[in-house]
Design a protein around this ligand. Structure first.
Ligand SMILES: *[C@@H]1O[C@H](CO)[C@@H](O)[C@H](O)[C@H]1NC(C)=O
Ligand SMILES: *[C@@H]1O[C@H](CO)[C@@H](O)[C@H](O)[C@H]1NC(C)=O
Ligand SMILES: [Cu+2]
Length: 672
């Protein structure tokens, strides 16, 4: 009998890390961006930036911009008082607000060099609405070649109002008046009488809110590929997959808390769960609350009937397997292929890549708008936008998940219409998973402090004191998995790792063909197998779907100053962004006595999956699964969620030795 040498593949040792120490030029940029985002509701506190801003006249430097028209237009509208004022609430879903913001974004994006970009930002900082400024500056920083790798301060510190309850803001003010440092305990919204409260820790998790907000900055629905010269590879598919994963995660949290899976919303049925956000805008009042059992209403400018019509057309396209091209009514574009989901995503969101926006409308965005304004549809009471109208706050509302469940079901109709994968497509000759070992999976709640500095107006004679909001958040103990796999020859494989609840709310074991749509993607990475037996070892912290806690603004400032002074090093990874589920939320909560999940491991041939010639262990910033990359193609040719995205024809999953199912248990530990 042949004896296999056991090869241990520790991924951490061989990963091609793209991070390098920042040079002085980069550090200056990093410092300037953090300064620009400091206390955006007030005029710039940094005199050097304020002076640059006052002295800069974009019209006198038109040849410093790649697109002169947008610069002229922005300056003209600013002069004529056409733009929304500072202090007003910026709403990305409002066409007029968005149009103005895009003018600013383009002015920043088309600045030919860092110097012009920086001066333009200083100029806009004190003149343009702060909501528009933060959003445009963030998206420009994420996409400009000369600012790649710059870290933005966490959204919950730039804009604490969108992340903490009004009670906390009041208490923070009181503490500031007393000039006393304070730690304010924040509760999740709602009371024990509201069952939805049991999963508020997920929808109100500040890291989750930030992830959602940054996802929509990395993949803006208004992105203009041709104009900006930057292709957004598989944007429509990613829109589906990121939100699909949010739903599977939310449902897994619900089951952990004895709630049934979230029900899809219907346009013609009451929205059963009301919602009282308990959050306040900095100016402009409270976020509107919604009583239970509210019906959808027509808005001044959008009708529910339009929504229903768009949806009908989309579902017709799915059953026909083709969509109408806007440019040529006689042309049909087939959905019956792996790219179909991408086209469908662009239509449903709808992004500017939509093939036919006038026919298929904009189901997702309209859904957000109609839900956001549901309690004041005609603007009779002048209520400010609802939580659904900001990506930062949307996941707080249970209706967000109901809306996205509804949309996810439409995507599922499409995936279900495709031919199931065959045994041949799934099988990798000569690769055989022998065993998968998993450490104990344990979750718990911990305290987390949010810096409230930016939430409070400066008042004459009052200096800043250290005020924090303390929230509870889910975390898990670090864990590792070990996959023992045999390979007939040396071969590079993609490893995919998924997890789904084994039982439904009624306690029935979920059949695989239903369960497949409920799998959470935990990780995806590539490794080289040697001939013989291999042990693939992977740590939870290496997951391709999560990111670590962002560095707080306070620490970031200090790190940058120290690095400039030469006493510390700031590592820059040009592929790193800010999108990604927080590390802490990698696992669903589970139950005190343990909750059973199915773990699914799949190895596939990396040569068939790869999209470029980068090494198989190239890092791409480390969290590509839900967030893609900005500078590369999505680094996996397979459909997202493969091979669980299509119907499972029973025989095809039989005797595929390169896949492995096993039960695991997640235990929740009370910490108090
Ligand atoms: C949180 O709840 C506790 C107990 O119900 C209460 O005493 C406290 O004031 C609440 N904190 C805030 C900030 O609302
Ligand atoms: C979709 O394409 C596959 C081949 O890729 C074909 O077998 C199948 O019949 C097609 N389905 C429809 C509805 O056209
Ligand atoms: Cu979203």
């Amino acid at each position: 009998m042949a004896r296999f040498a056991l090869t241990l593949i520790a991924c951490t040792l061989v990963v091609a890390v793209a991070a390098t120490p920042a040079d002085q030029e980069f550090l200056t940029k990093q410092k300037e961006i953090v300064k620009l985002l400091n206390k955006v509701h007030e005029l710039n506190f940094y005199q050097d930036q304020a002076t640059i801003g006052k002295d800069w006249d974009p019209l006198a430097h038109l040849d410093s911009y790649k697109n002169v028209r947008v610069v002229k237009e922005l300056v003209k509208e600013l002069k004529n008082g056409k733009l929304i004022k500072r202090g007003e609430i910026f709403n990305l879903f409002n066409e007029e607000h968005r149009r103005e913001m895009i003018l600013l974004f383009e002015t920043l994006f088309f600045a030919k060099d860092w110097d012009t970009f920086h001066k333009t930002a200083c100029w806009a900082r004190d003149k343009i609405n702060e909501g528009q400024f933060v959003y445009a500056l963030s998206v420009a920083t994420l996409h400009r070649a000369d600012t790649r790798g710059i870290r933005l301060p966490p959204a919950y510190e730039t804009y604490p109002h969108l992340f903490v309850t009004s009670q906390v803001i009041h208490e923070a003010y009181a503490a500031k008046m007393r000039q006393e440092p304070a730690v304010i305990h924040m509760n999740f919204t709602g009371t024990v009488r509201n069952p939805e409260q049991r999963v508020a820790y997920f929808g109100e998790d500040v890291g989750m809110n930030s992830h959602h907000a940054v996802f929509h900055m990395d993949w803006p629905f208004w992105w203009n590929e041709e104009k900006y010269g930057l292709t957004k590879d598989r944007k429509g598919e990613l829109f589906w997959y990121m939100h699909h994963q949010l739903i599977t995660r939310f449902d897994a949290e619900r089951l952990s808390n004895d709630l049934n899976e979230v029900e899809a919303l219907h346009w013609d049925k009451p929205i059963v769960e009301g919602f009282y956000p308990q959050t306040t805008y900095r100016k402009g009042g409270e976020f509107p609350a919604r009583p239970d059992n509210f019906m959808f209403h027509d808005l001044k400018d959008h009708r529910v009937a339009d929504l229903e019509a768009y949806e009908e057309r989309i579902r017709e396209a799915i059953s026909a397997g083709v969509i109408f091209d806007a440019h040529d009514p006689n042309t049909f574009i087939s959905l019956n292929n792996t790219e179909g989901i991408d086209k469908l995503g662009a239509i449903i969101e709808a992004s500017s890549c939509s093939i036919n926006p006038s026919f298929y409308g904009s189901l997702h965005n309209l859904g957000h708008i109609i839900l956001g304004r549901v309690v004041d549809p005609l603007g009779k009471f002048g209520m400010p936008p609802g939580v659904m109208e900001h990506f930062e706050t949307a996941t707080r509302d249970p209706a967000f998940f109901r809306l996205h469940k509804h949309i996810d079901n439409i995507f599922k109709e499409h995936k279900d219409s495709l031919v199931p994968y065959t045994h041949e497509e799934l099988d990798v000759e000569g690769v055989d998973i022998k065993n998968v070992e998993v450490d104990d999976l344990v979750t718990y709640f911990e305290d987390f402090d949010i810096d409230m500095l930016n939430a409070l107006d400066d008042a004459a004679g009052l200096t800043d004191v250290d005020i924090k909001a303390r929230v509870q958040r889910l975390n898990h103990k670090p864990f590792g998995i070990k996959i023992i796999a045999n390979s007939a020859a040396e071969k590079t494989v993609t490893v995919r790792l998924f997890l789904a609840p084994k039982y439904d709310w009624y306690g029935r074991e979920v059949p695989l063909d239903i369960q497949r749509w409920k799998f959470i993607e935990l990780d995806k990475f590539a490794v080289k197998l040697t001939a013989g037996e291999n042990a693939i070892v992977r740590k939870s912290s290496e997951s391709s779907v999560t990111i670590p806690d962002p560095v707080s603004t306070h620490d970031l400032r200090k790190l940058v100053d120290d690095a400039i002074a030469g006493t510390a090093t700031l590592e820059v990874d040009k592929d790193v962004r800010h999108c990604g589920v927080p590390d802490r939320l990698l696992l669903p909560k589970g139950k005190t006595n343990g909750m059973k999940y199915t773990m699914f491991v799949m190895l596939s041939d990396f040569e068939e999956d790869k999209v470029n010639d980068l090494p198989h262990d190239y890092e791409y910033g480390g969290f590509v699964s839900y967030c893609g990359t900005i500078n590369h193609k999505y680094p996996d040719k397979k459909p997202m969620g493969w091979p669980l995205d299509r119907k499972i024809c029973k025989d095809s999953f039989h005797d595929v030795t390169n896949m492995y199912f096993r039960d695991v248990e997640i235990k929740f530990e009370h910490t108090h």
